[in-house]
Ligand binder design. Structure first.
Ligand code: SF4
Length: 72
């Protein structure tokens, strides 16, 4: 099964936090590392993440596809 996960290119991210304003349930700022993070969840709101991708001034958010298995 393929899962789409938002990914941030931290080398280009300027921590402007614009993506948090658009998608506060998806992106957060880690005060310990000083870096942006994607909040882990089973499913991501595609429309909102797409909007954050579109509005990121550094163009550093993208979707990543990965295969995953549910372990019970
Ligand atoms: S909008 Fe882009 S540059 Fe700004 S904090 Fe989010 S990922 Fe980084």
């Amino acid at each position: 099964m393929m899962k789409k996960i938002p990914s941030i290119d931290l080398g280009r991210c300027t921590e402007c936090k614009g993506c948090i304003e658009i998608a506060p349930t998806v992106f957060c700022y880690n005060v310990s590392t000083g870096l942006m993070e994607v909040i882990e969840q089973d499913e991501y709101p595609e429309d909102i993440v797409d909007e954050a991708i579109k509005d990121c001034p550094e163009d550093c958010i993208s979707w990543e596809e990965c295969s995953w298995t549910i372990v019970k």
